[in-house]
Design a protein around this ligand. Structure first.
Ligand SMILES: [Fe+2]
Length: 351
């Protein structure tokens, strides 16, 4: 029997932060999210908490913002042992997990045989508002430190029971012009020591069977490759996989002087970048000075001749340790020229 972790959406990309108040306006402006709900798990609303198999008490603040395209969750641990605090203590702020499952599992009884079959344990769990059980799956060894959260509703109207302690409606117009055009999260970029092993893990866990492969080598498949403004030789290969509207890019660097190698050396495997933005060359050129003025320069780039340019913007200070990728199509029919099939184009662009 082939079982997979059930997926019914891409509800949130969850980022562990030290102080949500320092970054909430950044995420609001960057992703165009005005409405934020703040939940304080400070002795209320959380029961049956476990971490690494033991009953625990811990406190944290969860801040959730959504627009029509994506959901961002900022998690600030307060005290006690948790996977969130462990991340802060070991590698610092960054993407901690994604939530892809909120309705298709009736409960832990339905989930347990799936996890047993997959060989996945539960790293952290708890019951929120007596309305839903939340499980953080320990998939770190299979998916390069990426983890998946599953929400198992206990009652029909569970969402109505989860009432925020505070609501922030931010007037985005007061924050300044949008920094980049963003829409849905087209993928999260994951730096892997062995992308074949991570790909096998994702196929096993999620049934992620649609993949495209890029072999990047300077002056072979890509030109004008730069790193912190200087021309460099790059070689790395990456696979992008998609299941439904969830996509991950797996990157294993084969040369140094690239942002992926830096990431591996600094903090090991994990989520390196967001990819929420595609725009025209003219639009990007017009927006770049404002990004640079906010200390968000281009730190890596390259061109697939005549088809696309790509850039990494250094949003690590602005967005809690995460870099941002921008892709610039250079012609109207770039997808037809770049991909063997419309399905391959869908893996990259989600459409
Ligand atoms: Fe990417």
């Amino acid at each position: 029997m082939s079982l997979n972790i059930p997926i019914d959406g891409w509800y949130t990309t969850s980022i562990v932060v030290r102080d949500y108040r320092q970054v909430i306006s950044h995420y609001a402006r960057f992703f165009g999210i005005s409405h934020w709900e703040i939940f304080r798990y400070d002795g209320n609303h959380l029961s049956n908490a476990t971490f690494e198999g033991k009953a625990i008490e811990h406190r944290y603040i969860r801040v959730v913002g959504r627009n029509n395209d994506l959901g961002i969750e900022l998690i600030q641990p307060i005290d006690g042992s948790s996977s969130y605090q462990h991340m802060l203590d070991t590698v610092g702020e960054g993407v901690h997990h994604v939530n892809l499952t909120q309705s298709s599992v009736a409960g832990i009884k339905a989930l347990n045989p799936i996890l047993d079959e997959l060989g996945v344990s539960i790293r952290q769990s708890g019951t929120i508002y007596e309305a839903a059980d939340v499980y953080l799956l320990d998939t770190r060894s299979m998916v390069s430190n990426v983890m998946f959260e599953i929400t198992c509703p206990k009652i029909d109207n569970w969402k109505a029971c989860i009432v925020p302690d505070e609501v922030l409606d931010i007037d985005l117009g007061l924050l300044g012009p949008k920094l980049l055009p963003t829409a849905s999260m087209l993928h999260l970029g994951v730096v892997c020591k062995d992308r074949d092993a991570t790909k096998a893990g994702l196929t096993h866990l999620l049934g992620m069977t649609d993949w495209i492969e890029f072999k990047i080598e300077s002056d072979v498949t890509m030109s004008d490759t730069t790193y912190f403004g200087k021309k460099v030789y790059h070689k790395y290969n990456n696979h992008v996989g998609r299941v439904g509207n969830f996509a991950l890019e797996l990157i294993t660097p084969e040369t140094d002087k690239c942002v992926y190698d830096d990431f591996l050396k600094e903090q090991g495997e994990g989520v390196h970048h967001f990819f929420p933005s595609m725009c025209s060359k003219e639009e990007f050129d017009a927006l770049l000075p404002a990004l640079e003025a906010l200390d968000m320069p281009i730190i890596q780039g390259g061109t697939i001749d005549g088809l696309i340019e790509y850039y990494y913007i250094d949003t690590r200070q602005y967005l809690s340790g995460v870099t941002t990728e921008v892709v610039i199509p250079l012609c109207d029919d770039w997808k037809e020229k770049m991909f063997a099939s419309s399905k391959d184009a869908w893996v990259l662009t989600g459409e």
